[in-house]
Design a protein around this ligand. Structure first.
Ligand SMILES: Cc1cc2nc3c(=O)[nH]c(=O)nc-3n(C[C@H](O)[C@H](O)[C@H](O)COP(=O)(O)OP(=O)(O)OC[C@H]3O[C@@H](n4cnc5c(N)ncnc54)[C@H](O)[C@@H]3O)c2cc1C
Ligand code: SF4
Length: 540
C-alpha cells in the first residue's frame, strides 16, 4: 500500500503529525500504524499537560470536547526523609517550573481523542498493526513492513498465518516513543547519534487510584524526591489528583542507577509507605498499573532528526524536559514541525530526500528552547547526587531563564545507562518490605491491572543475542538485574537440579523497553510482538 506519509506510532507525536498533515492539505494521503489494540492502549504518562502545542494544533480543542478538564490548582514540591516531608517554597524554582495554566490529564484518553480528530480529517489509522521491519532501498527509507500474524513459538505458520504488509511512503515519520525498536535501528543505520551525547532514560511506574471524595484535592500536583532512593540514585515521586476522584501516582527511577540489587518496582511500593503519602492514599482503591521508559537526555542527546525518506519525532528522538517531567508538548510540537516539512516536500513533488527543514525548524522552535534552559539538570544530578544537585539545578535554571547563561556551560552525560552498574558483590543488598495488599502490592496483582495480554503461541519478542549471557555473565557479575528492573516479572532465574536457568515470561511484557536499555551486556533486543498484544491501559 502506498501513501504520501506513513506514521509509525499513535502517541501524541504521531497523532499531532497526522492531524497537521491533513490540516495542511486534505490531498496528502496519511496512514498511521499503532501496535496497541486501540489508540491509547499503550500510552502511559503522568500526566500534567502543558497545552502549548495542543493550542497551536487544535485551538478550539475545548469546544471539540478534548478530555482536558482538570486545571492545576495546587503545585507542591516535597523533599522526603524517611519520616518527614519538607515542602520546598515556590520562590526556589524559576517560572519555567510553574504548572500554572497546565492541566492534569490521562494522556491515553487524550490520544484516543486525537485519534478521532485525525480520522475525521481522513487519516487512515490501523491499531493492532506494529511496524516490525524497515523498508530501506538504496539507502532511502521507503516505508515499513507490519508484523506477521499467526506464527507459532517454534516458527511454524499456524492456520491463522497472515504475512506482514508493506506500507510505503514518500516519507515515514517514526513516533514510537522512548527507545523505539525501529528508531533504534535507524539510529545505527544512519549514525543519527554521532557527535551527540548518549540518550539517557528513566523507568516510570504508575498506578491509578480512586480516592474517597473527602480526600480528593482536584487539581493537586505534587512532586517529591529523596527517600526511599539513596542520594546517588536519581528519581522521584509524582501524584496528580484529577477527574472524578482519580489520583495518578507514579515513581521514576533514573536508569543510570548503579546498585544491581535495586528494584524500581520495590522502590515505588516503598515510596507509598511514606507517612505523608500513605495518609493521602488511605481508604482509596488501586485500579490501574503500568510502566514505561522516559527519555531524560535532553538537548545534548537529541539525535540528527531526519534521514533519507523519514524522520524521528517525539520521544523516539527524546524531547522530555526532565525537571518539568514533561514531554508530550514537545512530542506534539516536533510531530507538527516534521509534518510541515513533509507536507511542503510532498507538495513540491519530492520524495525520499532528507527533511533538513524539519531539523532547522526544531532548532528554532520553542521546544528546543524548552530543553536548552534545563540542559544541566540531568548531568548535575548524575554527577553530584540528589542533595547537592538540587540547589545547583535550581540556580542553573534561574540563571538560564533570567540571563540566558549557565555557570556550567553545557555538561555532558558520559556513560550510557547500561554501563553504570557496579558488581553485585560489592553493592549493598536492598531489603524490600512484603506487600500488604492495600497500599503496597506484588508484581502479579499489579500486572493484572495493566490488562496485559499476548497471544501465547508466538515467537518470544525479547531477543537474546547470546542466550548464555544471562547465566554465564549477568548472574555472577550483577545477580542478573533483569529479575528486578523489569516491572512485569518477565525475567526469572529458576534454580534447577542442573543449575540456574533463565526464563522469559514474554506474555507479561508491558512494552516499557527497560530491558533493551539497561541490560549491562546489551544482549536483549525488544522487537514488536504480534499486533494488539501488550497492555490495555485505561485512564492512564
Ligand atoms: C511515568 C511517566 C510520566 C510522565 N509524565 C509526563 C507529564 O506529566 N507530562 C508530560 O508532558 N509528559 C510526561 N511524560 C512524558 C510523555 O509521556 C512523553 O513525552 C510522550 O508520551 C511522548 O510521546 P510520543 O508520541 O513520542 O511517544 P509515546 O507516547 O510513547 O507513544 C508511542 C506510540 O507508538 C506506538 N508504537 C511504538 N512502536 C511502534 C511500532 N513499531 N509500530 C506501531 N506502533 C508503535 C506505541 O504503542 C505508542 O502508542 C511522562 C512519561 C512517563 C513514562
Ligand atoms: S520485558 Fe522489557 S520491555 Fe517488557 S516489561 Fe520487562 S523490562 Fe519492560
Amino acid at each position: 500500500m502506498a501513501y504520501d506519509v506513513v506514521i509509525v506510532g499513535g502517541g501524541p507525536a504521531g497523532l499531532a503529525a497526522a492531524v497537521r498533515l491533513k490540516q495542511l492539505s486534505s490531498d496528502i494521503s496519511v496512514c498511521l500504524l499503532e501496535k496497541g489494540s486501540e489508540i491509547g492502549a499503550h500510552i502511559l504518562s503522568g500526566a500534567v499537560l502543558d497545552p502549548k502545542a495542543l493550542n497551536e494544533l487544535i485551538p478550539d480543542w475545548k469546544a471539540k470536547g478534548a478530555p482536558v478538564e482538570t486545571r492545576v490548582t495546587q503545585d507542591r514540591f516535597w523533599f522526603f526523609t524517611q519520616s518527614s516531608a519538607i515542602a520546598l517554597p515556590h520562590v526556589l524554582f524559576p517560572p519555567l517550573m510553574s504548572n500554572r495554566g497546565n492541566y492534569i490529564v490521562s494522556l491515553s484518553n487524550l490520544c484516543k481523542w486525537l485519534g478521532q480528530q485525525a480520522e475525521a480529517l481522513g487519516v487512515e489509522i490501523y491499531p493492532g498493526f506494529p511496524a516490525h521491519d524497515l523498508i530501506v532501498e538504496d539507502g532511502v527509507v521507503k516505508g515499513v513492513i507490519t508484523g506477521d500474524l499467526g506464527v507459532a513459538k517454534d516458527g511454524h505458520h499456524k492456520d491463522s498465518y497472515t504475512p506482514g504488509m508493506e506500507l510505503r511512503g514518500k516519507y515515514t515519520l517514526f513516533a514510537e516513543g522512548a527507545r523505539g525498536s525501529l528508531s533504534k535501528e535507524l539510529g545505527a543505520k544512519f549514525g543519527l547519534q554521532e557527535g551527540r551525547e548518549p540518550q539517557k532514560f528513566g523507568i516510570g511506574l504508575k498506578e491509578l487510584w480512586e480516592l474517597p471524595a473527602a480526600q480528593h484535592q482536584k487539581g493537586l500536583v505534587l512532586h517529591g524526591m529523596g527517600w526511599p532512593l539513596s542520594n546517588d540514585t536519581g528519581g522521584g515521586l509524582f501524584m496528580y489528583h484529577w477527574g472524578d476522584n482519580f489520583c495518578s501516582i507514579g515513581f521514576v527511577v533514573h536508569l543510570n542507577y548503579k546498585n544491581p540489587w535495586l528494584d524500581p518496582f520495590g522502590e515505588f511500593q516503598r515510596a507509598k509507605t511514606h507517612p505523608a503519602i500513605a495518609k493521602m492514599l488511605s481508604g482509596g482503591k488501586r485500579i490501574g498499573y503500568g510502566a514505561r521508559a522516559i527519555t531524560e537526555g535532553g538537548t545534548q542527546s537529541v539525535p540528527k532528526l531526519s534521514f533519507p525518506g523519514g524522520a524521528l519525532i517525539g520521544c523516539a528522538a527524546g524531547f522530555v524536559n526532565l525537571p518539568r517531567i514533561k514531554g508530550s508538548h514537545n512530542a506534539m510540537k516536533t510531530g507538527m514541525l516534521a509534518a510541515e516539512a513533509a507536507a511542503a516536500a510532498v507538495q513540491a513533488g519530492r520524495a525520499g530526500d532528507t527533511l533538513e527543514d524539519y531539523d532547522r525548524a526544531y532548532v528554532q522552535s520553542w521546544a528546543a528552547k524548552d530543553l536548552y534552559l534545563v540542559r544541566n539538570a540531568k548531568p548535575l544530578w548524575s554527577r553530584l547526587g540528589s542533595l547537592l544537585a538540587l540547589p545547583l539545578i535550581g540556580l542553573d535554571m534561574w540563571t538560564n531563564q533570567l540571563f540566558g547563561i549557565s555557570l556550567f556551560g553545557t555538561l555532558g552525560h558520559g556513560e550510557p545507562d547500561f554501563a553504570t552498574l557496579k558488581p553485585a558483590a560489592g553493592s549493598v543488598k536492598i531489603a524490600y518490605p512484603k506487600p500488604d495488599g492495600h497500599l503496597t502490592f506484588d508484581r502479579a496483582s499489579s500486572l493484572f491491572l495493566s490488562g496485559t495480554n499476548h497471544e501465547e503461541d508466538q515467537p518470544v519478542h525479547l531477543k537474546l543475542r547470546d542466550p548464555g549471557i544471562p547465566i554465564s555473565v549477568n548472574l555472577p557479575e550483577y545477580a542478573e538485574p533483569a529479575q528486578r528492573y523489569c516491572p512485569a516479572g518477565v525475567y526469572e532465574v529458576i534454580e534447577e537440579s542442573t543449575g540456574p536457568r533463565f526464563q522469559i515470561n514474554a506474555q507479561n511484557c508491558v512494552h516499557c523497553k527497560t530491558c533493551d536499555i539497561k541490560d549491562p551486556a546489551q544482549n536483549i533486543t525488544w522487537v514488536t510482538p504480534e499486533g494488539g498484544g501488550g497492555p490495555n491501559y485505561t485512564n492512564m
